[in-house]
Design a protein around this ligand. Structure first.
Ligand code: FHN
Length: 444
């Protein structure tokens, strides 16, 4: 009996500590885990932190480069940068309003910076005092408020987390990022006693759907450490989705993993869209102007036309679009971003059937026209720029016999004919949405 109890105890302790290796997950398990993310197609990136206080200016001068890098670009000493943290008091922040803006834009998941490279955390961390509760006057847990608002709205909450950390002394990266002149930084100590416990905290407190890593390029971080972290996190939350910057596998800004066995679930092209489709899952993250974190003098906004064309192009190539906003130090999403998101939401309200939950088509474009297909393969969606009353000519789509072709958002079916092996569709005299029109064509 005694031996049986001992054996059971041993077994229990073994089960408690046994770590599953998620790196060789089956395709079926992986497909099931990735499904909501693949169907979602459109996410909002939020870069927000103390860098919104200087908003791109240091000592009265504009600093070149992206806003969230100001500490590094202007070589700001830590004690001075900490003053921005002390001034970070975004009293106009309203999580429900942000989430409403996202929801009305047709966004399905939000990825916010829990910690960017500057090391400052937007949640109530027990691991560090360099966070919103202890180091800033705001003393409201931003991640908690946003997580709650997302949950209420049915939007998935996800976190961006920087592996590189310019503030934590043990994390000092000696090659290019010597911010604090720590004599003996201890990367392993930072990794095990700071990075991992903070991530565990984020998972257990806020249950994020995706962890989006970055800052993995420093030499201290290795692919093995990435794989170890990947398993550590999936053991805490088995259905978690993790980007490929958890390891060292990505190929530059093009962002796709170089090898099959690289850690991470999806590729991360940055400020670019893949040339074509891919066997890997992928998500293009892009800014609306030229910065991720707020810069008061960056007014180089992309038009709604460009953003909607990007969304269509990405959906046609089977990727996701992670579109960035950089809120102000007061806690507001800049008005030009809100305007563009509203235009996208209005467009998606009419055209969503061709975007969410669709697949890419083998021939994903024909000239200027992009395509997606329904999951069952029976419907092709063609995204066109043709004017009202004009004709769309397609060579690669053959409608099912006797089927109707519709413009999404328009009740009357289109008049169409086949001529010399081409499909010719007459557009209505009035179109239901601006920017891009979607044709629904039954092919089976
Ligand atoms: O250095 C960061 C940058 O600040 C920003 O967060 C982008 C978003 O993908 N990623 C990094 C550069 O690859």
């Amino acid at each position: 009996m005694k031996y049986l109890v001992a054996a059971l105890l041993f077994l229990a302790s073994f089960t408690a500590t046994a770590q599953k290796n998620y790196l060789n997950e089956s395709k079926a398990d992986r497909d099931a885990r990735m499904q909501w993310w693949r169907d979602a197609t459109f996410g909002m990136f939020i870069h927000w932190g103390a860098y919104a206080v200087p908003a791109g200016e240091y000592q009265g001068k504009e600093v070149k480069g992206i806003g969230e890098w100001i500490m590094h670009s202007a070589n700001i000493p830590i004690p001075e940068y900490e003053q921005y943290v002390k001034q970070f008091n975004p009293t106009s922040f309203n999580a429900t309003e942000w989430v409403n803006i996202a929801k009305q834009a047709g966004i399905k998941y939000i990825v916010i910076t829990s910690k960017h490279h500057d090391g400052f955390g937007l949640w109530d961390s027990k691991v560090s005092n360099y966070d919103i509760m202890d180091a800033s006057p705001f003393k409201r847990d931003i991640l908690k408020e946003l997580s709650d608002a997302c949950k209420a709205a049915g939007i998935k909450m996800c976190f961006y987390h920087s592996i590189m950390d310019w503030h934590q002394p043990d994390a000092e990266s000696k090659k290019d990022y010597t911010h604090q002149n720590t004599p003996n930084p201890d990367w392993a100590k930072y990794r095990e006693n700071y990075l991992k416990p903070q991530l565990k905290e984020l998972i257990t407190k806020y249950d994020p759907a995706v962890l989006w890593f970055d800052g993995e390029w420093i030499p201290e971080w290795t692919e093995d450490q990435g794989k170890d972290l990947y398993n550590f996190l999936r053991n805490l939350k088995p259905d978690l989705i993790i980007n490929n910057r958890v390891g060292k596998g990505r190929a530059g800004m093009q962002g796709m993993s170089k090898t099959q066995d690289a850690a991470g679930d999806f590729g991360t092209p940055e400020q670019e869209i893949l040339e074509g489709t891919s066997d890997q899952d992928w998500e293009s993250c892009m800014t609306m102007n030229d910065t991720w974190g707020f810069k008061k003098n960056d007014h180089n906004w992309k038009s709604a036309q460009v953003l909607i064309d990007n969304l269509v192009d990405i959906a046609a190539k089977g990727g996701n679009y992670l579109l960035n906003v950089g809120p102000t130090a007061e806690g507001l999403i800049p008005a030009p971003s809100v305007e563009r998101l509203q235009a996208m939401g209005k467009w998606l309200a009419v055209n969503k059937e061709g975007i969410y939950g669709t697949n890419s088509r083998k021939q994903y474009k024909e000239g200027d026209v992009k395509f997606t297909v329904s999951k069952d393969g029976g419907t092709t969606y063609a995204f066109v720029h043709t004017k009202p009353g004009g004709e769309v000519v397609l060579e690669s789509v053959k409608p099912a016999e006797g089927s109707k072709i519709h413009v999404l958002g328009w009740k009357q079916p289109c008049i169409w004919r086949e001529e010399g092996g081409k499909l010719i569709v007459k557009m209505p005299l009035k179109l239901p949405s601006d920017y891009v029109t979607t044709l629904r064509i039954k092919t089976q």
